[in-house]
Design a protein around this ligand. Structure first.
Ligand code: UDX
Length: 439
């Protein structure tokens, strides 16, 4: 099947690469010439495990092409997938300008009947809106049908999530179009859920908002555990074994970040407001997350008092491990709060430093090793649960610090390693602190 994918961000590129891997002829379009040039050389613009290898293999096999020309890409395409960004606007709504432009580009270059699939996360009603734009601008002799096909891939496991998805949502008002998209995905052997277009659009937002709420819920439980002397790790395990609750997304921490949850929760709230629905649960989800992102700073003030002149080593900058993505990363808020309070911040991250520099500039310092960040520090903040931090030689690291105090925002350090230290004060989230050798 010949497929055109508009947009080579996380979603577009992962989708394009995976569809070529299952045997389709895929052509990815992006208006960014530099990006297309790199992709043609087999270089992935994003850090995503496994993606670059598949990109190189499928491009070499001639199944995966990259272009800046809509004419070239759309010529003969049986399915056209829109996977451009829908960034957040100031009022919380989704900015649809890229998707509107994509619709106009499709209309101007549509030369045969085709199925137009919207994979971008778009508010309910957008497929209808985009359909009307394409209809208005395209040649009358061509026909097309819309399919809403949201994705659920996570950064850091985008390839696996695409190849082994839990479900594929196909929202359509046209049976032929829905069948065509099913045919495209058939080799993946993943269950299909067929719905109306509007339900498909809603499934995406409701799923992300539910997961974000689950995180805020366990964060509140953790905060309560910390006060009443319970251990959230055991509590989450005990809850998660109930199949109705499930173990996933019950990891407490310093709040959710990334390019999806913060934006999608606010966009769903915006839709609710526009339609006169008072979705107060979601408002609390956001408020709890804002509070949680400040938690390590609050804990540090409680323990160290005035942070002015204190050195804080921030371990981790990316919004989660296995990605260099800094969008809405809790580290940004934490770094800004610390510097505002006069603390000296030195941060280390295995892959996200370049992206972090673009956001935080020279307001903080960046180290190239954990040790460099932690030396003479008054406290370590663990912000992202990189595997490297779990495997740290904590015992030695603590001896290099001015004060061996660790605030673990991800509960990721093993108790055995902590107990090997001669001197340490270890503060996790929602679990009892461990204090050894301090006077
Ligand atoms: C998310 C959705 O999981 C995915 O289905 C959707 O397509 C895009 O948004 P992603 O943003 O890549 O994916 O990351 P995810 O692994 O879901 O984590 C999001 C945030 O929640 C991270 O900041 C992570 O640290 C946090 N999180 C996740 C927790 O704090 N606790 C958890 O238990 C799980």
């Amino acid at each position: 099947m010949k497929i055109a994918v508009l947009g080579t961000g996380y979603v577009g590129l992962s989708t394009g690469v995976c569809l070529s891997e299952i045997g389709h002829n895929v052509i990815c379009i992006d208006t960014d010439e530099q990006k297309i040039k790199s992709l043609r050389q087999g270089i992935s613009p994003i850090y995503e495990p496994g993606l670059e290898n598949l990109l190189i293999q499928n491009a070499a096999a001639g199944r995966l092409l990259f272009t800046t020309s809509h004419r070239e890409a759309l010529n003969g395409a049986e399915i056209i997938i829109i996977a451009v960004g829908t960034p957040q606007m100031e009022d919380g709504g989704a900015n649809l300008s890229y998707i509107v432009q994509a619709a106009k580009d499709i209309a101007a270059n549509l030369v045969q009947s085709s199925v137009v699939v919207i994979k971008s996360t778009v508010p309910v009603g957008t497929n209808d809106f985009i359909k009307s734009i394409i209809e208005e601008h395209c040649n009358e002799s061509v026909s097309f049908n819309m399919v809403s096909n949201p994705e659920f891939l996570r950064q850091g496991s985008a390839v696996m999530d695409t190849m082994q998805a839990d479900r594929i949502i196909i929202g359509s008002e046209n049976d032929e179009a829905a069948k065509k998209v099913q045919e495209m995905y058939r080799p993946l052997n993943v269950p299909f859920i067929l719905t109306s277009i509007r339900s498909a659009e809603m499934i995406k937002y409701a799923s992300n908002a539910f997961l974000a709420t689950k995180i805020s819920f366990i964060n509140e439980v953790a905060n309560l555990c910390g006060v009443v002397g319970a251990d959230v790790k055991d509590v989450a395990k005990g809850m998660g074994k109930d199949k109705r609750i499930g173990e996933a997304f019950l990891q407490p921490g310093i709040g959710y970040g990334g390019s999806c949850f913060p934006k999608d929760v606010k966009a769903l709230l915006h839709t609710a407001n526009l339609n006169g629905v008072h979705f107060s649960l979601l408002k609390e989800t956001v408020a709890i997350n804002d509070f949680q992102q400040e938690l390590l700073v609050t804990k540090a003030i409680n323990r160290l008092g005035d942070l002015k002149g204190k050195k804080v080593a921030m371990l981790g900058l990316a919004f989660k491990p296995e990605t260099d993505d800094m969008r809405e990363a809790p580290s940004i808020k934490i770094a800004r709060s610390l510097t505002k309070l006069g603390a000296e911040v030195v941060a280390y991250d295995p892959v996200a430093v370049d992206n972090a520099k673009n956001i935080l500039g020279d307001t903080i310092r960046f180290a190239s090793t954990v040790r460099e960040a932690a030396v003479n520090a008054d406290a370590v903040f663990i912000v992202t649960e990189w595997k490297e931090f779990r495997l740290l030689d904590l015992k030695t690291l603590m001896t290099t610090m001015r004060r061996p105090i660790v605030f673990d925002g991800r509960n990721c350090l093993e108790e055995d390693r902590i107990r090997e230290c001669k001197k340490i004060e270890y503060y996790p989230i929602g679990r009892p602190a461990i204090v050894i050798g301090m006077t």
